[in-house]
Design a protein around this ligand. Sequence first.
Ligand code: NAD
Length: 380
Amino acid sequence: MKIGVLRERAPGETRAALMPESVRSLVSAGAQVALEPGAGVASGVGDADYTGAGAQIEARDELLSSVDVLLCVNRPDDEDIARLRAGTVVVGFLRPLDETDAIVQLIEQKLTAFAMELIPRSTRAQTMDALSSMATVVGYKAVLLAAERLPKMFPLLMTAAGTIAPAKVLVLGAGVAGLQAIATSKRLGAVVEAYDVRAAAGEHVRSLGAKFLQVDLGGIQTEDAGGYAVELSDEALNRGRDLIAKHARTSDVIVTSAQVPGRQAPLLVTQEAVDAMKPGSVIVDLAGATGGNCAATKPGETIVQNGVVIMSPLNLAATVPVHASQLYSRNVTAFLKLMIDDKGELNIDLNDDVVGPACVLEKGEVKNSRVAAALETAPR
Ligand code: NAD
């Protein structure tokens, strides 16, 4: 079996799908690994590091027409997909639910496709959970961005010139990214508060030494059976918004990371709340890709309103390419190994409780019911 990795071409992308340690592990499992020249250069890995780990370096065209498995971070562009042989397995962040249109070409090309986003959040699949890996990097980096932009320091300092008060950070959404933002803010010495609709998040927030802001939502259900937040009514959202607006007034930094899978991000920070913040305060909205948690957010941009900085970075993981690639490479390799037999050959079992749910297409046939439903309603 031949596994290929391209140099990622999406604008601003710096991550690589495989790092040398994973190449070594796949080669010792009996696979052949080939990479495009420069595939790891933006993540600090040279071609010689890959060949030293047992890989070959091959031109893009040659690689596309000969691989059995293509590992990627982002879905390859149409031109690359057109060069793959029917039946080639593609594994990566394929965005099958929010960019369903783009899946059509993979169907026409009769590819087999696995989306890293669809890997279940189960105990067995923890080592393959690339969403959590990237959210960890993003939550960390969001706080550093805010700290760099804030005209204050984070820690409490007692100096000969008197005391400097610590920065106040408010984190909205305490999933993987939010919890990492809390931990990073605490390490820098800030006083941290956090809000989430899931009751279980309260325990996690408090265990990191932050204060959990609670809203009485009248006992409504806020999470589904999988532990994900559900979409709330406007009335329930308004109760949260009021509390957030009150705390925003005294916050120096707000990091927002609230998401509801498959939906627009909930609006949590209203324009009135932004207007009432102190000049110099910073908002980092991590939900920009799904519309943002803040009314003032312009996805992908940094804007300033009455002295309040509102940032909405869309690919923060790519700003920490070495560790983001290392984590992603381990996740994707652990997943691929579920499909490699003891002779180093591909053996796909769609009845496996991780492989099956992550499968979008098998030889062009749609295997995921959510993707099938999205394809039916997707505009053409
Ligand atoms: P996510 O990116 O889907 O959402 C981020 C956070 O936003 C969540 O904590 C969610 O509750 C919160 N949120 C949604 N709507 C909100 C609103 N209106 N107001 C405030 N907050 C709101 O979440 P995630 O980081 O991907 O984690 C989702 C769930 O999966 C969590 O329960 C997490 O603990 C769980 N998880 C499990 C595993 C595992 O067991 N392997 C791994 C990672 C995450």
